[in-house]
Design a protein around this ligand. Sequence first.
Ligand code: SF4
Length: 355
Amino acid sequence: MKFDPTMTSFFGDTLLKWYLANKRDLPWRRTKDPYKIWLSEVILQQTQVIQGLSYYNKFVQTFPTIKHLAKAKEDTVLKMWQGLGYYSRARNLHTTAKMVATIYKGVFPKTYDEIRSLKGVGSYTAAAITSMAYNMPYAVVDGNVYRVLSRVFGISTPINGTKGVKEFQELADALILKKKAGLYNQAVMEFGARYCKPTNPDCENCVLNSKCLAYSFNKVTQLPVKLKKIKIKDRYFNYFLLVDKNKNVIVHQRNKKDIWQGLFELLLIETEKETDLKTLLKSKQLNPFGKNFVVEDIHKEYKHILSHQHLHSHFYVLKFKGTFTTKHNTIALKDIQKLAWPRLIEKFLQVASYV
Ligand code: SF4
């Protein structure tokens, strides 16, 4: 794309000035340690800064270096991640730490290509780490950057199509302040997150408004353009907290390629649609227990929204009159808080006062 060459310095310099006067003081901005920057980037991928902050502090305290993280058990990492969602991030974090410990002897790699090849690290994260830790001129393009660039430069190419991804990356690469790459990247992201917001940005007082095409042509609300949304799938989860005479509970670790891989759950009967308890009690999953149980409690529907799925969940508490055998996967009810649960189940366990 062609644009006025004076725009490069105006755009970068103006944003940098704005950033230095307005930036939030965040712990990962006070370090050049690539491990800590990577950690913050993974935590913030689908999480708000305010929520991610305590997790970041907890991880840095527990695992001050990547070698400490590499030595941890996966269950410990998942447990610490509990409540943040998108658990593949925690698993990738742990796998990558082990990879760095083995391949790079515990020293975080220094080149873009090496960092990009780590598990769970895409081009955005690789650019963020290399620019912020090593000041290398790799431009980040996240949702905030797409919004700022599309508005200032008046670009209507959809940001989630192949053409748009390429076009915006090329523009970002052309705009980056090469000698201040880390600061520049943070400035443009922060500006998008806190000033050029999705709705009602304060264009009247904006430092970029003299050159902003969306503002000049009254197109702020129309940019950026996105292709149609993906279809949301509805799923129906029926969970049973099945407790035996010895106060043990049936649990299951999710291993399939699906949501919550590696986390624990209660006995689950997934159905195609809302299903009443009478029908559920006849399901094959409950067959091994005969009719040897009583329904102790029924909880209202819990809705849980994931990016591509809406989970409609019911929880039932059943008291099994017998005792579970060794072929059942169980845990003592009193130890239930030791396992890493998805947020949905954790919420139920809290409401029902089990944790
Ligand atoms: S003028 Fe408005 S749309 Fe343009 S960069 Fe500033 S806040 Fe964003």
